[in-house]
Design a protein around this ligand. Structure first.
Ligand code: NAD
Length: 322
C-alpha cells in the first residue's frame, strides 16, 4: 500500500517501542491516527515510557524478543525497526545481544515486512561513520570503524543491518528506508545510561561535578527528539532507499555543552576530567543537506527549548516520591 495520501491509516509495527526514541515514535504515529503494535523485550527500555498510552485503543504493547519469529493476527503496512541497545553503556554491557538484534533481529523484522508487502524503516546510526575522517559526515562517506574494538558490537551491527536492508530491497524490491541518526536527546532518556545529556543533567541537578572525557574539545551536535521523530516520519513516506542523515548540525564542544547545562540548571557544578574512552569520535556533525532536499526536513527546536523540556523531565525523575 502507498504511504502517499495524507490521511491513510496504517497499521505499524514498532520494534524497541519501550525505548527512548521508540516511545516518542509511537506517540507520533498515534497522533497521526495510525494503529501501532509495539514490540520490546525491555532489555534497555521500560514499560514506564509507554504507561501514558494505557487505554489507547489503537496501541498494543507485546513483550517479544525480535530476534525470534513472531506470528501476527492482522496484516501490517509498515515496520519501524528501532530495537537495539543504543547508549555506549548499554551496548558495552550487552555486546552479543546488540549484535544479535542488529543481525537476527533485523532479519526477522525484514521478513515480517516482506510477508505483508509492508514498508520497512531501519534506525541506523552515525556510529556507522566510526571516528570519521570526513567532516561533517555525508551519507556517501563509508566511515572509519574499528571492526574489533569494544564499540564494534554496535557499529558493525548497524552496518550489517544497513547491508541486509539493502539486500532485501534489491532482492525483493521492498520499500525500505535507512535513517542514520545522530545524537538525540529529550524526555525519557535514562538518567544513568552514560550518554552525555542525561549524565550532565543528572550531575548538574545534583550539584555534583560534571564528568568530561578528555579535555572536552571533542565536538557533538544534539537533536531534540520531536525533530528526529518528524524526520523519521517523513523518511518512511519517501522513496529514498539509501541512508539519510537525521540530526542537528549545530556543533559544539563538550565543554561548551556543559556550560549550557550549567547555566540552564543554575547549577554550581564543577568539571571533572576523565580519560577518553577507546575509539571515542573526536568530531561528530551531520551534513543534513540530503534530508533538507528530499524530505524538506530540518531541526526546529532550539537547544535552549529542548534542554528546558528535558530538564523538566529529569527534575521530575529525581524528585523524591511523595
Ligand atoms: N538515541 C540516540 O541518540 C540514537 C542515535 C543513533 C541511533 N539510535 C538508534 O535509535 C534506536 C532507538 O534508540 P534509543 O536511544 O531509543 O535506545 P533505547 O535503548 O532507549 O531503546 C531501544 C529499545 O530496544 C529494545 N530492545 C533491544 N533489544 C531488543 C530485542 N532483541 N527485542 C526487542 N526489543 C529490544 C530495548 O528494550 C529498548 O526499549 C536504536 O536502534 C538506536 O541504535 C539512537
Amino acid at each position: 500500500m502507498s504511504f502517499a495520501g495524507d490521511r491513510v491509516v496504517l497499521r505499524v509495527i514498532v520494534s524497541g517501542a519501550a525505548g527512548f526514541i521508540g516511545s516518542h515514535m509511537c506517540d507520533r504515529l498515534l497522533a497521526e491516527g495510525h494503529t501501532v503494535v509495539g514490540l520490546d523485550n525491555f532489555l534497555t527500555g521500560s514499560e514506564r515510557n509507554l504507561e501514558h498510552l494505557a487505554g489507547q485503543p489503537r496501541f498494543r504493547l507485546v513483550r517479544h524478543d525480535v530476534t525470534l519469529p513472531l506470528g501476527l493476527d492482522n496484516p501490517i503496512d509498515a515496520v519501524i525497526h528501532m530495537a537495539s541497545p543504543a547508549s555506549p553503556k548499554d551496548y558495552l554491557q550487552h555486546p552479543i545481544e546488540t549484535l544479535d538484534v542488529g543481525s537476527a533481529g533485523t532479519r526477522q523484522m525484514l521478513e515480517m515486512a516482506r510477508a505483508y508487502n509492508a514498508g520497512f524503516l531501519l534506525t541506523s546510526t552515525s556510529e556507522t561513520y566510526g571516528d570519521p575522517l570526513v567532516h561533517p559526515q555525508v551519507e556517501t562517506y563509508w566511515g572509519n570503524v574499528n571492526p574489533v574494538g569494544p564499540r564494534s558490537c554496535y557499529d558493525e551491527s548497524k552496518r550489517f543491518a544497513e547491508a541486509l536492508t539493502m539486500a532485501f530491497h534489491r532482492t525483493y524490491k521492498m520499500r525500505t528506508n535507512i535513517a542514520r541518526i545522530f545524537n538525540t536527546y529529550g524526555p525519557r532518556m535514562k538518567l544513568n545510561d552514560g550518554r552525555v545529556v542525561p549524565a550532565f543533567l543528572d550531575q548538574a541537578l545534583r550539584g555534583e561535578p560534571m564528568t568530561v572525557f578528555g579535555d572536552g574539545s571533542q565536538t557533538r551536535s544534539f537533536c531534540y527528539v520531536s525533530d528526529l521523530v518528524d524526520g523519521l516520519y517523513r523518511l518512511m513516506q519517501s522513496d529514498e532507499r539509501y541512508p539519510v542523515n537525521l540530526g542537528n548540525p549545530e556543533e559544539m564542544t563538550i565543554l561548551e555543552f556543559a556550560e549550557h547545562i550549567r547555566r540552564l540548571t543554575s547549577s554550581k557544578s564543577g568539571i571533572l576530567h576523565e580519560p577518553l574512552p577507546q575509539d571515542d569520535p573526536k568530531q561528530r556533525k551531520p551534513d543534513i543537506g540530503k534530508a533538507r532536499r528530499i524530505l524538506g526536513w530540518e531541526p526546529r527546536v532550539s537547544l535552549e527549548d529542548g534542554l528546558r523540556q528535558t530538564i523538566e523531565y529529569f527534575r521530575a525523575q529525581q524528585a523524591p516520591a511523595a
